[in-house]
Design a protein around this ligand. Structure first.
Ligand code: FA5
Length: 330
């Protein structure tokens, strides 16, 4: 038995000597010292030896194990030093090259404006809610008083999915979700992406809106006007001219659209930024609110349009090109 132990040792040392890399050493270590190694097989057989041989063979087997382990470690260290010396003398680095410039990150203007808007409404007591981007026909249209075949569906260039589902065309479905889940009073804003089959310099197929809904006893159109005037002057500055135009939405009555003075390069005009109005009684019916006890106002604004006004950008597509030189300006 002692002879075969010495044979294992000599063969192992021969193999270790011919290892070419540190990875070879790792492989040899598990081969010679692992659970399935020839040495382990000897150790396993010790109980079957005559009693007087057991301690001699066991002692020698453990000594060989330690010797091989130290030998592999030494070989690995030698190879590691050789590899390092080789790469230092062969791989060259030009230390005279200028360092890479690390560019600072910046929030996308849509993100910072969304945060500013949420901040202003939080100060007015609104809480922030979210809804799914894939909506059912019920939440996106039906409950907002836009039944099938209603001409107002044509106002939304909708991406239809299977099973009467759509990519939401506005954030207004969050109004319905909130009212169905809670009794009045309600005071929420809901930022998020919306989708329409529409594209030019001021329209994008994916854009961002923020919905607002306030329901309570005795709210009037003056509350709507006061809230939105306060909000827009906080966001864009007190000197900014805004105007309310009467409009139509099936889910509000009366309805308005709000335009903000828009100066780009050397021309000045108006840009429509949001729709708003007093919540339609039929919408309250869908969510089981008593329209004789409660009134409410709602609004939905386009965040890109606000960013265009605030930063005097005249092409909405610039927001989505992910050019870091554009984003770093804000
Ligand atoms: C609506 O989406 C209504 N849900 C808003 C509303 C909510 C009215 C609550 C009443 C009560 P409208 O389709 O007009 O309305 O869109 C609202 C705003 O989103 C627009 O004023 C505009 O600022 C922005 N917007 C609309 N379409 C696009 C588009 N394709 N790209 C970028 N912004 C858009």
């Amino acid at each position: 038995m002692l002879e075969s132990l010495e044979k294992i040792k000599n063969e192992s040392i021969n193999d270790i000597q011919s290892a070419q890399s540190t990875a070879d050493c790792d492989q040899l270590k598990s081969f010679f010292l692992g659970k399935k190694s020839p040495l382990a097989a000897v150790l396993k057989d010790i109980p079957s030896l005559p009693v007087e041989q057991r301690s001699v063979v066991g002692k020698r087997a453990n000594e060989i194990k330690q010797e091989l382990s130290a030998y592999i470690q030494e070989k690995k260290q030698t190879l590691h030093t050789q590899q390092l010396e080789h790469s230092l003398s062969h791989d060259s680095t030009d230390t005279s090259l200028p360092p890479f410039k690390i560019r600072n990150g910046a929030f996308h203007p849509i993100t910072s404006i969304t945060r500013d808007i949420c901040d202003i409404f939080s100060r007015l007591g609104y809480s922030v809610k979210q809804g799914p981007n894939v909506e059912s026909d019920f939440y996106n249209f039906e409950a907002l008083n836009i039944p099938e075949h209603h001409p107002a569906r044509a106002m939304h260039d909708t991406f239809y999915l299977k099973n009467k589902q759509v990519l939401r065309t506005h954030t207004s479905p969050v109004q319905i979700r909130e009212m169905l889940s809670k009794k009045p009073p309600v005071k929420i804003i809901a930022p998020g992406k919306v989708y329409r089959c529409d594209a030019d310099v001021s329209h994008s197929p994916v854009f961002h809106q923020i919905e607002g809904l306030c329901v309570d006893k005795g709210l009037t159109f003056s509350d709507l006007k006061g809230t939105l005037e306060f909000f827009l002057h906080e966001l864009l500055g007190p000197e900014k001219n805004i105007r309310f135009r009467s409009s139509y939405f099936p889910f509000t009555e009366p309805s308005v659209e709000i335009d903000v003075e828009f100066k780009s390069k050397n021309k000045s005009s108006w840009m429509e930024i949001m729709g708003a109005g007093m919540v339609q009684r039929k919408v309250f019916k869908h969510v089981n609110y008593n329209a004789d006890d409660f009134t409410g106002f709602a609004f939905g604004l386009g965040i890109e349009r606000i960013a265009m006004i605030k930063y005097q950008i005249d092409d909405i597509r610039l927001f989505y090109e992910n050019d870091s030189r554009f984003i770093q300006q804000f």
